[in-house]
Design a protein around this ligand. Structure first.
Ligand SMILES: Cc1cc2nc3c(=O)[nH]c(=O)nc-3n(C[C@H](O)[C@H](O)[C@H](O)COP(=O)(O)O)c2cc1C
Length: 275
């Protein structure tokens, strides 16, 4: 916050400290995440050092034995200045990549190297997610019989399923949310990641096609069983990808014109009318 207050986060600092202390013994967390938790809490207790809040004082006592643990030389995973780097990608290049991307439904059997897939997933990982929870996984299938089976559980591939060479299942994870109101976030966060994944694939000359995941109970059950999904894990969409079969054709998919989707500051009624 600007300016920074000396008392904030009283509502949840106690549970945050407890969660961070627990996390140290939880092998599900990466080293980077543990450093991040610690550095943020250290920065928090620095920022609130002159607070008169008893809640913060008590949380500081509970956390005290960890304060200032970051070893010299390690990059701090705490708040930092906004980056001032200029974009290495021109708008023309980005536009060209966006134009190049098209939904391809026929692929060669050439395997996509794992490092190429990983690079694309790593780009997807940089996408924003609500509270930085990263509530998704990408399950990748490259074995053709598995690819065809997984694709067939979804709909939407009739007529070309046998031409698919790789398939990714984007799985959302609802376990990090305590409120019903947040149940859509896996679809939003997952879709933001999907777009980056798709563009990062295309930047490496790999084509792709999103495949709809329909909300149909028996298909949910089949996919959950096959992938070993937990009840809190939900499929967001499938993404077929691979090297495009150059003999195949793609449909013409003209887009709407800018004016039909862009509205600047158009309000229907005054603010008073909705209060
Ligand atoms: C969420 C989503 C679901 C889609 N599902 C399917 C599908 O099941 N089968 C299919 O052939 N294409 C599917 N597509 C691809 C669209 O048909 C395609 O994106 C659209 O026609 C525009 O073409 P373009 O991607 O080449 O620009 C899907 C796309 C999205 C974003």
């Amino acid at each position: 916050m600007k300016p920074r207050r000396d008392t904030f986060a009283e509502d949840y600092i106690r549970e945050t400290v407890a969660a961070v202390l627990d996390a140290a013994n939880d092998s599900n967390f990466s080293q980077l995440e543990l450093c991040w938790f610690e550095d943020v809490l250290n920065a928090y207790f620095d920022a609130t050092v002159s607070s008169s809040s008893n809640i913060i004082a008590e949380a500081r006592r509970q956390y005290a034995f960890r304060l200032n643990q970051a070893p010299a030389g390690r990059e701090l995973c705490a708040p930092r200045r906004v980056s001032d780097g200029k974009s290495p990608v021109s708008i023309e290049d980005l536009r060209e990549l966006a134009d190049l991307r098209e939904s391809v439904r026929h692929y060669t059997s050439e395997p996509v190297p794992t490092c190429v897939v990983d690079e694309a997933i790593d780009v997807a990982l940089q996408s924003p997610t609500a509270c930085n929870r990263v509530p998704w996984q990408i399950r990748v299938f490259t074995n053709s019989s598995e690819v065809h089976e997984i694709a067939s559980i979804a709909m939407g591939t009739a007529g070309y399923i046998k031409s698919l060479s790789h398939i990714a299942v984007l799985v959302g994870d609802l376990s990090a949310y305590s409120h019903d109101r947040d149940r859509h976030l896996i679809y939003i966060d997952g879709s933001l990641a999907a777009m980056s994944f798709i563009l990062a694939l295309r930047a490496q000359n790999i084509s792709s096609c999103c495949i709809n995941w329909p909300d149909i109970r028996n298909r949910e059950i089949r996919m959950a069983k096959r992938l070993g999904l937990q009840p809190y894990q939900k499929v967001v969409m499938l993404i077929a990808f691979g090297y495009a079969d150059e003999d195949a054709i793609v449909p013409f998919s003209g887009k709407r014109d800018l004016e039909s989707v862009r509205k600047f500051g158009e309000l229907s009624v005054s603010g008073d009318e909705v209060n």
